[in-house]
Design a protein around this ligand. Structure first.
Ligand code: ADP
Length: 434
């Protein structure tokens, strides 16, 4: 951004200065031309007065040797007198614009480039009392010659402008950017942004980032506290059972039973740690690329297969219905999403209940005949470690993280989740893809 502003300011400075030079030069040149024409007119009237007062040709001759060229032309265009050439050799002048204008209106002017591009001729013609046309002309530098002659000065000025524009644009950019540079340090502190010399327009952003940071740090603290608590419970049990075995209080069959309990608690911890790691992985990588064509029906069939034993153990029947529904996404993540939904549908179902996985266009719905979710809990079930009935979830081997992972994956796929549930009847969770 800094480089861009710098360059823009620099270009602006250079272009403005060059356009300024051009406009000034052209205006000056036009002014100079006007002066020349006025002088010519004055001179022409002066010569005309002398012409009228004596012998015309002798009078005209008096003016030869001046800077001006004097020409006398007859009404028919024949050149009668020319101060700087032989009039006999000169062509008919009736086609010259200034002569024609003078014949018609009394006076006429014209400016023409000479044969050499560097000069131009200015003409002023006047109809005399005897009907002849008196023309006075002068040669001056053309605008090109003017530029050519001033080229060195113009180049020096342009170079000066470039250097000044460069210095000024660097200084201006630094001044413009300085308040933005203060933002990171400002976000870290709690001082009021109004007092820190930043633009009022960016104060809302600073406040928003501060709020987001605070919320994030609060969430992190809460998460750490939850993780510690969740790990502490199974570890306390493990430590207790191990102590009983160590002290010799549990022997024989008891010690085998306690070892089994230690194994169960350790497994729970492993599952919990697995979920925590998965969430942190999803948090940090933002998910894997979504470039696979995934058939939701095939994913549903696969999950049914993998969870069939778990379902059968409780007499629960899983049915997959609907047509193939292809979405763009990550196969691994979508399998994880459906697996977690069906896993919950088994865990929170009644004995011999039913589960239906239905796929339709860009949509998948898992419906169960389980215990249901109270309306007020529906918005919270996607929170990390939120469980409606802690002991029930724990008994089923739940970690309270399954739906957080589901939500994360759905967001990564731009999908919307919709939960409908009636306590004691069942729950239906739909995931709608774009
Ligand atoms: P858990 O590991 O406890 O299942 P989840 O994040 O998967 O954690 O779910 C959070 C809570 O939402 C669960 O503890 C449970 O109370 C509730 N829940 C999730 N799915 C269902 C369902 N299909 N039926 C009833 N309650 C559910």
């Amino acid at each position: 951004m800094e480089r861009k502003i710098n360059l823009h300011l620099f270009y602006m400075g250079v272009v403005t200065a060059i356009v300024g030079i051009l406009i000034t030069t052209v205006s000056y040149f036009n002014f100079f031309r006007k002066e020349v024409t006025e002088n010519l007119a004055h001179e022409c009237h002066l010569v005309a007065q002398c012409y009228d007062s004596g012998d015309p040709i002798t009078e005209l001759d008096r003016f030869t040797g001046e800077d001006f060229r004097i020409t006398l032309i007859e009404k028919d265009g024949t050149v009668l007198f020319e101060s700087s050439a032989d009039p006999q050799e000169m062509p008919n002048h009736l086609d010259r614009p200034e002569i024609r204008a003078a014949i018609e209106n009394g006076t006429g002017t014209d400016t023409r480039f000479s044969d050499t591009i560097g000069t131009e001729d200015h003409y002023y013609a006047l109809r005399l009392n005897d009907g002849n046309i008196l023309r006075v002309s002068i040669q001056t530098d053309s605008i090109f010659a003017l530029f050519e002659r001033s080229l060195v000065i113009i180049l020096i000025i342009v170079l000066g402008i470039v250097i000044v524009s460069m210095l000024v644009s660097v200084k201006l950019t630094n001044n413009l950017i300085a308040p933005f540079r203060r933002i990171p340090e400002l976000i870290g502190t709690n001082s009021p942004p109004e007092e820190c010399g930043i633009y009022p327009e960016i104060i809302p952003f600073v406040e928003e980032i501060r709020n987001a940071r605070n919320a994030q740090s609060e969430m992190r603290q809460e998460f750490t506290a939850n993780v510690s608590h969740e790990l502490k419970t199974p570890l306390t049990s493990i430590s207790g059972y191990a102590e009983l075995i160590e002290s010799g209080m549990a022997q024989g069959a008891d010690s085998v039973e306690f070892a089994g309990k230690i194994k169960k608690e350790s497994d729970r911890m492993l599952v919990l740690i697995g979920d925590i790691l998965r969430l942190s992985e999803l948090d940090s990588t933002g998910g894997i690329p979504l470039d696979e064509d995934v058939d939701l029906k095939a994913v549903a069939e696969d999950c049914k297969e993998r969870l069939s034993q778990q379902a059968e153990s409780r007499g629960i029947r899983i049915t997959v219905r609907g047509e193939s529904a292809s979405v763009k996404g990550s196969m691994t993540e979508l399998c994880e999403l459906v697996y977690n939904l069906v896993d919950n549908a088994i865990k929170y179902n009644r004995e011999n209940g039913n589960i239906e996985i239905e796929t339709a266009d860009k949509m998948l719905t898992v419906t169960d005949t389980g215990i249901g979710i109270p309306q007020e809990s529906i918005p919270r079930i996607f929170e990390r470690f939120y469980r409606i009935d802690k002991s029930r979830s724990r008994a089923k081997g739940g970690t309270g993280l399954g739906l957080s992972i589901v939500k994360h994956i759905a967001e990564h796929h731009g999908a919307k989740i919709d939960v409908k549930s009636t306590v004691g009847v069942g729950t239906s969770i739909s995931v709608r893809f774009q």
